[in-house]
Design a protein around this ligand. Sequence first.
Ligand code: GDP
Ligand code: GDP
Length: 439
Amino acid sequence: MGQMIAIVGRPNVGKSTLFNRLTQSRTAITNDEAGTTRDRQYGKVDWNGKEFSIVDTGGWVVNSEDIFENEINKQVHLAIEQADEILFVVDAMNGVTDLDDQVAEILRRSTKPVILVANKVDAGDSLYNIAEFYSLGLGDPMGVSAVSGYGTGDLLDEVVLKMPEKDDDEESKLDDIPKIAIVGRPNAGKSSIINAFIDEDRHIVTDIAGTTRDSIYTRYNKFGFDFYLVDTAGIRKKTKVTEDIEYYSVIRSIRAIEASDVCILMIDATRGIESQDVSIFSLIQRNKKGLVVVVNKWDLVEDKSKEAIKHYEDAIRERFAPFVDFPIIFASALTKQRIYKVLETALHVCENRKRVVPTSQLNTVMLEAISAYPPPANKGKFIKIKYVTMLKGSPIPTFIFFCNLPQWVKEPYRRYLENKIRETWDFHGTPINVFMREK
Ligand code: GDP
Ligand code: GDP
């Protein structure tokens, strides 16, 4: 699991510009593949072999000067709660403001590493002004210009340097046992379903000893299933979440999603799909995790006819397209209807993520599908796909098709191949990679 870096600071200091710079600079290789829309607030960076995610916690709030101080305070507390390291951005053209002082005070009390970033040193003599930020009591300010890129390489070096040591054994201690995260917006029923899983007689086997951070994996043994539940946000001992503000639940979801194999996305049947659900879904997708959608509170829905169910399913798949090959379960955490099924399905999706199709079988089916419907010729050139293999050791099933002109195989054809794979073998609920390589 990679680490998470949060960008905080008052409005207009250049947080989102810096976020873009850090996640899009050519040297910091971002691992987004073409075609996926880039999130404005969440990106992955690989800097000198260290992979981490960066979150602009300001990205979810309206960017106006008269933003409530209260909002910024919450933003900072959330960053401290969730992130491994914090970039506190101030404006070198403006100097220290009261709001900067307040944020600094909160950050000084936290144990997470903080890097003080004095942005906008591109302009005039502002580089010489950054000394005044020492008064914030957070050490050396680093002068950068998010607009020109000045200093951002040094900043990324510093980020990596200050990154807390992680117990690399933590992951290996978890063996091959599936890791399940429960995600969804506030009040969707996350803690209720966990309670339903746990039951009265607590089936917790053990919290992993010696984990470096606040332990996020709890092992369960239930209905004969053995698995870890990922609980980053303290779902079980939850603090009162009254705000139904998108970025809180989204940021809280990030670590849980990153730490899991499969996510159970809870949707409130009485409310339908809202933008928050889609945001969380897109985080699951971008991290290439398995997915089970649970339409919870099904006990409150009166019309449970086949048509109504079909309508729900279609609406969900439409919102989550083009990825549509995932299970949807209508359940109730309250009455425990289909709770067993939810767990069983999540674990089945984990199996699908590890599925290996024998090469000969793969070639028999796929080469036949290819000859039945060959890739369209391009400017008189014929594309020949010779064979296909699965890549070993990839976190998700990855298929490599070897052909003479890989760059000419277009998206619709790639999708045809993916659909054929999904029709033939069970990859329900898991993303798969379909790559073309030159032979
Ligand atoms: P946020 O509210 O903190 O996310 O700030 P934005 O990234 O939206 O930037 C606020 C304003 O500052 C915009 O007009 C940016 O173009 C400008 N800005 C951001 N970074 C720099 C910089 O490095 N130098 C200069 N001169 N302007 C910047
Ligand atoms: P969380 O914020 O996602 O953890 O949601 P909670 O588990 O705290 O549930 C929010 C509210 O919805 C609580 O009042 C629950 O009792 C209620 N709730 C959760 N699941 C169900 C369900 O399946 N049916 C009904 N009727 N209410 C539910």
